[in-house]
Design a binder for this molecule. Structure first.
Ligand code: B12
Length: 232
């Protein structure tokens, strides 16, 4: 796998784990590979875990997300540089696109449409992309609002698209009040709103404060909540 830029490994900031053979997701091994900027090893770990887990939802929720969060912790401890973290995220972005679709054997009813968007001003799109792919595997018709679209008028967009569900994501949420206004406007149309992303995972009750009907801590929980919305 080729990633543009410098590939040289300058140092290995964490202890080397023994080869992965177990049933548990190889999070530590992946963290090592990401920080070593070893795209081939990272891809190999994802492929092997996919062969075990059988869904890319599991790869996203049980491997890639925990690995990136762990990289974040290592950064907080000052053991790696910001550039290392950015590299890790870029590699994960690449890995996400390489994984094949794994359609669910029991999809949601045909025509179930959802609209996904980042909250206004947020540029963290990778988690939202993962959630979109998982919902597609679940049989949803997914429309993702591009970050360049004016997300400040998401309610108007939702009114046009008329989805069964709106999913909003935020990696960084400087203004919960703005988020609450967006959620309130969409819910005012009778459309349920789920939220997710790093910002919500870091603040336990933030999803309630912005008025969402639920919070998906990862793509799997999000997919389960989305199904509940279709049933109700
Ligand atoms: C990559 C990255 C960026 C990239 C984003 C590129 C991109 N294409 O996404 C860039 C460089 C743009 C960026 C910018 C910034 N970032 Co940043 N970034 C990250 C990083 C390294 C990874 C984030 C990520 O992609 N996570 C991966 C996915 C897997 O996790 P996830 O989003 O939680 O998604 C999963 C679930 O939450 C769920 N999910 C996601 N969305 C949704 C939606 C719904 C509805 C549901 C149900 C579920 C769901 O499904 C996903 C898969 O399971 C993190 C640190 C880290 N190591 O995690 C910081 C981080 C998120 N960033 C942070 C910050 C502060 C910033 C900046 C403010 C930095 C700055 N000073 O400029 C800016 C803000 C820019 C902006 N306006 O948004 C902080 C946020 C802290 C917080 N929330 O309190 C973090 C945690 C780093 C840190 N220093 O602590 N960043």
């Amino acid at each position: 796998m080729e990633i543009p830029g410098e590939l040289a490994l300058t140092r290995d900031p964490i202890a080397v784990a023994p080869p992965w053979r177990g049933r548990r997701p190889p999070v530590r091994h992946l963290v090592e590979a990401l920080l070593a900027r070893d795209g081939d090893r990272a891809a190999n770990l994802c492929d092997r875990f996919l062969a075990r887990a059988r869904t890319r939802m599991a790869v996203f929720a049980d491997l890639l997300q925990p690995a990136l969060y762990e990289v974040g912790e290592i950064w907080y401890q000052g053991r790696i540089k910001l550039d290392d973290e950015r590299w890790a995220a870029a590699l994960v972005e690449h890995l996400v696109e390489q994984l094949p679709p794994t359609p669910s054997g029991s999809p949601v009813p045909r025509g179930s449409r959802c609209l996904l968007a980042p909250l206004p001003g947020d540029r963290h799109l990778l988690g939202l992309r993962m959630f979109a792919l998982v919902l597609e595997d679940e049989g949803w018709e997914v429309e993702v609002v591009d970050v360049d679209v004016d997300t400040s008028n998401l309610a108007a967009l939702a009114e046009r698209v008329r989805p069964r569900l709106v999913g909003l994501s935020a990696g960084y949420l400087p203004s919960p009040r703005t988020a609450a206004q967006v959620v309130g406007a969409i819910r005012g149309l009778g459309i349920p709103v789920l939220v997710g992303g790093t910002a919500f995972n870091r603040s336990v009750d933030l999803w309630q404060r912005v008025g969402a009907v639920g919070h998906g801590a990862d793509a799997r929980v999000g997919a389960v909540l989305a199904r509940r919305v279709v049933r109700s």
